[in-house]
Design a protein around this ligand. Sequence first.
Ligand code: NAD
Length: 355
Amino acid sequence: MELFELMAGKQHEQLVLWTEPRFGYKGIISLHDTSLGPGLGGTRLWNYATEEEALVDALRLARGMTYKAAVTGLTLGGGKSVIWGDPKIRGVDREMLFRAHGRAVESLGGRYITAEDVGTSPADMAHIALETEHVVGLEGTSGDPSPVTAYGVYRGIKAAAMARYGDDSLDGLHVAVQGLGQVGYHLCENLRGEGARLSVTDIDSGRIERVVDEFDAEAVVPEDIFDVDADIFAPCALGAVLNDDTIPRLKVDIVAGAANNQLASTTKHGPALQEAGILYAPDYVINAGGLINVYGELQGWTREQSLQKAGEIYDTLLQVFQLAENERVSPEEAAARAAEERIQRARHLQRTYLT
Ligand code: NAD
C-alpha cells in the first residue's frame, strides 16, 4: 500500500497509528482537514479483516466528516478514529482499550475531538475522558442526539418539499419511512405532527406496532417499502439502500432520510435518481443534526439552541438544491462543491493572514 499516495489522493492531513500491545490496543486516528477547525468524528470499534481495511475506513470516514461539518457551516474539520479489535470486549480489558485510545487522542492536543460511533458507547467515552478532555457525548452532557437528528431530517424534508412542490407544508403528503429506531421514531412523530400520512417498516415488528398505534401509520413489510406509491421516501435504517435494484422501483418525488451512505455508489446512483426525476437530499447534509448536537456541547448550547441550528438544515438544503440547478449537477455533487468552497475560503484566509 502506498500510504502517502493514499493520503494525498483525497488530501488527508495526518494519520496517527498508535499501539499499546499490553492492552491489545491498535488504533488509527485520521485527520482529513482542519482548515475550519479541529477534526471531530467518532471512534469506531470494529474487527476489520485486514489492517488495510481499517486504514481505508478511517480515511474515508474522516473525509466524510470534513464535508458534513463544512456544508453545515460549523467551525469544525473532519476526523475519525478506529480501534481494530473485538466490539464484544468487556470489563477491565475494555476500559484499558479505551484509555489507551484516550492517550492517542490526547497526543494530538485538541486537533482531533472524538465521540461515540459504531461499536462504542457513552461509557467508553467516559474511559477516554480519563486520559483526555478532547471527547464529547459523555453521559449527562449533550445526551441522545437522535431527536436533534430527527428534527433536522424533518426540516430537510420540508426544504425538499419546497424545492419540489413550491410549498413546504407536509400536511396530507404521504411519506414512506424505512427504519423506526431512534431517529425513525422521532421523525414519524414530527411528520405526523404536521399531518403527513405515513407508511412505515422495520425488521422489528414491535417498533412497527408502536408507530402504527401512536401515529396512525400503515405497516409495510420491509421488502415492499421501495414499492410504496408515496410522495417521499425516508430511509432511516441502513446504508446503500439506493442502488441498481431499488431506484427503478421507487414511486416517489423525493428521497430524504437519516441513514448514512444511502447511495450504493455516489457517482452512479446520485445521477440515477436525478434521471429518474427524484429529488435527493444528500444524506450527510440532512442528517447533520447528530454532529450539530455534539458541536452544541462544545459551544455550551442548550438543547433548544442545538434544535434551532438543526432547523437551519432547511436553508442549507435549499442552497444545495439551487446550486445543483444552477450548475446542472446532482444535489450530492452540489453539496460537495459547497463544502469544498467553504474549505477553500478558510484556507485562503489562513494564507492571507499568515503572509
Ligand atoms: P437505530 O439502530 O436506532 O435504528 C435503525 C432501525 O432500522 C432499527 O429499528 C432496525 O431494526 C431497522 N432496520 C434495520 N434493517 C432494516 C431493514 N432492512 N428494513 C427496515 N428496517 C431495518 O439507528 P438510528 O440511530 O435510528 O439511526 C438510523 C440511521 O441514521 C443510521 O443509518 C444512522 O447511521 C443514521 N444516523 C443516525 C444519527 C443519530 O443521531 N442517531 C445521526 C446521523 C445519522
